[in-house]
Design a protein around this ligand. Structure first.
Ligand code: ZN
Length: 242
């Protein structure tokens, strides 16, 4: 392995995913990892699952994936998100549902850990927005490097002898003897005020992290949401990136 793309929070946004996968090929990506939430919020669950499954890569269980493939009640979701979970349940085939059910909450691949939310109880899908929450993850993170998503906000957390530090997402070289918990942002519904699709390329020889931000056809994704009868505010938020 050398150039590894880490994709997450795709959320059924085919227009964003196609642009990201084309960029991966152009960048010479050799391997893929997925931090989960393939479905939810947008209108192309089949197409996105098909493209992710074609990659043949490890895919973690996201909270939307989990709720779509189970009968759990949706009290933890806001009404718009819950509506799309229910809509997605009706769209998927039995084979797609069983593929989702088999997704792991966390895995380690060649010394790199993957999780959707945090290693501090991955099945509860807690959010990491600050150093304290990142530190709870680091206690349970056994490898130097862990990729995650869930907040849809790209961010690097670093733990060294002197504590936990938050580093703005940027091109970055990993330092020996430190641990990193890296949020790869969201392909299909970015929320950091930048509406461009986001993913990360990790070069495991050079030990570098590169954030990729890509424009895609947002009006096309919005039109699909509206045509499917899904909540309009899910279409609107795509253009603002929140
Ligand atoms: Zn998500």
């Amino acid at each position: 392995m050398s150039k590894i793309a880490i994709l997450g929070d795709i959320h059924s946004n085919l227009d964003a995913l196609e642009v990201v996968l084309a960029d991966c090929r152009a960048q010479g990506v050799t391997d893929y990892l997925c931090t989960g939430d393939v479905v939810g919020y947008n209108a192309c669950p089949h197409e996105c699952m098909e493209k992710i499954r074609e990659l043949g890569c490890p895919v973690m269980m996201g909270n939307h994936d989990f709720y779509v493939c189970s009968e759990q009640n949706l009290d933890d979701f806001n009404p718009a998100a819950a509506m799309v979970v229910e809509w997605t349940r009706r769209q998927l085939t039995a084979d797609e549902i069983s593929w989702l059910r088999a997704l792991p909450f966390t895995t380690t691949v060649k010394g790199v850990t993957l999780v959707h939310s945090t290693m501090d109880n991955p099945e509860n899908f807690g959010y990491v927005f600050d150093n304290l929450q990142a530190d709870a993850n680091f206690v349970m993170q056994k490898t130097p490097l862990c990729f995650h998503g869930h907040t849809h906000c790209p961010m690097i957390y670093e733990k060294s002898m002197s504590g936990v530090y938050r580093i703005d997402p940027q091109d970055f070289r990993l330092q020996m003897g430190r641990k990193y918990f890296i949020n790869v942002g969201s392909v299909g519904q970015p929320r950091d005020g930048d509406p461009r699709a986001t993913y990360v390329i990790y070069d495991n020889m050079a030990k570098t992290i590169q954030y990729r931000r890509l424009e895609y056809d947002i009006p096309a994704a919005q039109a699909r949401i509206r045509a499917a009868g899904l909540p309009d505010r899910l279409a609107e938020r795509l253009q603002y990136g929140h």
